[in-house]
Ligand binder design. Structure first.
Ligand code: NAP
Length: 448
């Protein structure tokens, strides 16, 4: 019998797990999948990105656990590509390598004052409240009365909701304990969310927009003038934009005027400068108008009018950006690995999936189709190569890795962490209390 093909999947978020699932379930090929993850824990943004008050979205992890239980699947956690193992070492040992590393950096605004203390990236803030070990030591000044969130995507809404939701409510979730403690003593009363284009161009989804009042219990303020006439051709807008407008107009009509805290949604404003000497004291916003550009897109154009909003905390939620892997073709302008149909340009049996393939957009489920497409390309290529490459025997790969990375966390190690965290949460009726420190995670992993 021909040996199973071996595939290394780098990254254990949704795109990595959907890739593993598609490979393991392939009807004609027998594939073994080794999943590499730089953290001791799997699930990527499902653990470290999805907001703690969205347990339903997080429940997709049950499917990933099923994949992880497959007899031809292995998890190699706490192993970092680049420092622990190199791309070349993996390419040499596997029939194929799939990069599913997501978009780990944040997009910049490119304005003065962006690096002042108090101007922070939502990527860091999200990682912090979700207990990502890299962000656990971050501190955010929540002593002012107002925060400004720049961006009109769902991450901006997540951040606004976290700042407004009463701490007792957050205390029922899997939010990191350090964040819960900080948010409990937060003085923030108002969150101003800034969109550079109009209400009809916001990247929010409707459920998330409604949650500001329904889940966070915030008063939501929208200027009626900014949502009354958004386009000469409103009937031509997409479904989500139309639904969003219904909710925004309800807010403008005063449907959510009471709440412990307030969210003000402001459109047609771009950040021009962040003010302050040693610390953010305010943000200058430029007023925009919309003009249709050459591609038919509604573009924000500066009118020259300015306004200043006083604040000590600016959260930049203007999107994620991919990070280059040394030796792998990178498209700098898009922040993605250069590829065609998931095959890495100039690669050596290397493939790409998820945000690092298509850019940081779409919901978790979008990665399923994305993974299926990449797997199709990969399988077609490997079928052409024929009887397999000179991939190393899987037992020898594991031996090599364990020697190289003595603190490697396998599926049993992760299960031990999972049990530990769930047990910690049980007494307080929380889904889990996360371990946020690498050493604590490794100690728990060794309790197998
Ligand atoms: P996003 O949806 O791409 O939104 C980015 C926002 O930043 C846009 O409003 C964009 O405006 C704005 N922006 C970009 N550059 C800017 C600049 N220089 N100045 C001012 N504004 C700027 O990104 P995201 O919020 O990070 O979300 C990433 C993906 O994850 C999205 O697909 C999102 O739906 C998904 N997500 C889903 C959920 C959920 O389902 N609950 C939660 C979180 C994230 P323009 O449109 O004008 O470019």
């Amino acid at each position: 019998m021909e040996r199973a093909l071996t595939v290394a999947v780098i990254g254990s978020g949704p795109s990595g797990f959907y890739t593993a699932g598609a490979l393991l379930g392939h009807k004609e090929l027998t594939v073994r999948v080794d999943m590499f993850e730089r953290l001791p824990t799997p699930w990527g943004l499902v653990r470290a990105g999805v907001a703690p008050d969205h347990p339903k979205i997080k429940s997709v992890s049950a499917m990933y656990e099923k994949t992880a239980a497959h007899e031809r699947f292995r998890f190699f956690g706490n192993v970092e590509l680049g420092s622990d193992v190199t791309r070349e070492e993996l390419v040499e040992r596997y029939d194929a390598v799939v990069y599913a590393v997501g978009a780990q950096a944040d997009r910049r605004l490119g304005i003065d004052g962006e690096d002042l203390p108090g101007s922070v990236s939502a990527v860091d803030f999200v990682g912090w409240y979700n207990g990502h070990p890299d962000f656990r030591d971050r501190t955010f000044d929540l002593s002012g009365r107002r925060a400004v969130v720049v961006g009109n995507g769902n991450v901006a809404l997540d951040v606004a909701r976290m700042l407004c939701t009463p701490a007792d409510q957050l205390g029922q979730t899997d939010i990191a304990d350090h964040a819960l403690e900080a948010l409990r003593s937060s003085s923030i009363e108002e969150v101003v969310v800034i969109g550079r284009r109009g209400a009809a161009q916001a990247a929010f989804t409707t459920a998330e927009l409604q949650e500001l009042s329904e889940m966070a219990g915030a008063a939501v303020e929208v200027d009626p003038d900014e949502v009354s006439e958004v386009s000469d051709h409103e009937d031509e807008l997409g479904t989500v934009a139309k639904r969003n407008l219904v909710v925004l107009r309800e807010y403008a009509d005063g449907s959510a005027t009471t709440g412990a805290r307030r969210v003000a949604l402001r459109f047609l404003r771009s950040p021009v400068e962040i003010l302050g000497e040693d610390q953010v004291t305010g943000i200058v916003l430029g007023r925009n108008e919309l003009r249709t550009d050459d591609e038919g897109r509604a573009a924000a154009v500066d009118t020259g009018a300015r306004e200043t909003v006083e604040t000590g905390l600016v959260l930049r939620a203007v999107g994620y950006k991919g990070v280059q892997i040394p030796g792998v073709a990178f498209d700098e302008s898009r922040g993605t690995i250069a590829n065609s149909d998931g095959r890495v340009d100039g690669g050596d049996r290397e493939y790409v999936v998820g945000w690092i393939k298509r850019g940081p957009s779409g919901i978790i489920g979008t990665n399923k189709k994305c993974a299926a497409d990449t797997v199709k390309t990969l399988v077609t290529d490997l079928a052409e190569i024929g009887g397999g490459t000179t991939a190393t025997d899987p037992d020898d790969v594991e031996k090599w890795l364990r020697e190289r990375c003595p603190d490697l966390v396998d599926v049993d190690g992760w299960s031990a962490i999972d049990r530990h965290e769930r047990a910690r949460g049980e007494a307080d009726g929380r889904p889990r209390v996360k371990l946020c420190d690498r050493e604590e995670l490794l100690a728990a992993a060794s309790e197998v």
